[in-house]
Write a protein that binds this ligand. Structure first.
Ligand code: CTP
Ligand code: MG
Length: 172
């Protein structure tokens, strides 16, 4: 009943609640990243790096753990616990894989590590997160539309804050 009567603010809140593990998984590597690069310095067939130095093993694993922990906390606040943990893990894994796909494409079109790919930088992680989470849960179409609209500005704002706090070398 209350679900049916929810207004736009409730839908935006539900969208952020749903995608939170992906957001945290995407942001965590900025703080947790380090160690050998995920591609171990290897080059692709075109002679350029597979992913580049911006994708590290610690960032990848740390991001997945951070997002899964958010799912765990969500499950403690609002059951069912098991589904939230699984959802947190799939959203986090999807976010990290989506970010990797973006870096892979950027290297192929000769955008260097840290260079901007407007649109892809902000959306690839959330799109792949939704895809990987879909066997567990598909949110309403309204939530999906809201996520596609609010994620780019939220991503840009958090990156700018990360830059100001000294975690990132570039503001975007
Ligand atoms: N990071 C990491 N491991 C990951 C993803 C990110 O260590 N799997 C860290 C890196 O220090 C990276 C920073 O988080 O520089 C910001 O992430 P992102 O903007 O995605 O990487 P870029 O450096 O911009 O590299 P790319 O051009 O490949 O996106
Ligand atoms: Mg970047």
């Amino acid at each position: 009943m209350t679900e049916k009567m929810s207004g736009p603010i409730d839908t935006i809140a539900s969208a952020i609640w749903f995608i939170l593990p992906a957001y945290v998984a995407n942001a965590a590597p900025v703080v947790l990243g380090g160690g050998p690069p995920l591609d171990f310095g290897k080059k692709f067939l075109d002679g350029r790096r597979i992913f580049g130095d911006g994708k590290t093993t610690r960032g990848f694993v740390g991001g997945i753990i951070a997002g899964t922990v958010i799912g765990l906390l969500q499950g403690i606040f609002r059951a069912p616990l098991g589904e939230h943990i699984l959802l947190g893990f799939m959203l986090a894994l999807g976010a990290l894989l989506g970010d990797l796909v973006s870096s892979f494409i950027k290297r192929r079109i000769d955008i260097e590590r840290g260079g901007a790919a407007p649109g892809m930088d902000q959306l690839s992680f959330v799109v792949v997160a939704l895809l990987l989470a879909s066997p567990v849960k598909v949110p309403s179409w309204q939530i999906i539309v809201i996520l596609l609209i609010i994620t780019p500005p939220i991503h840009l704002a958090t990156n700018f804050i990360g830059y100001k706090l000294g975690f990132k070398s570039r503001p975007y």
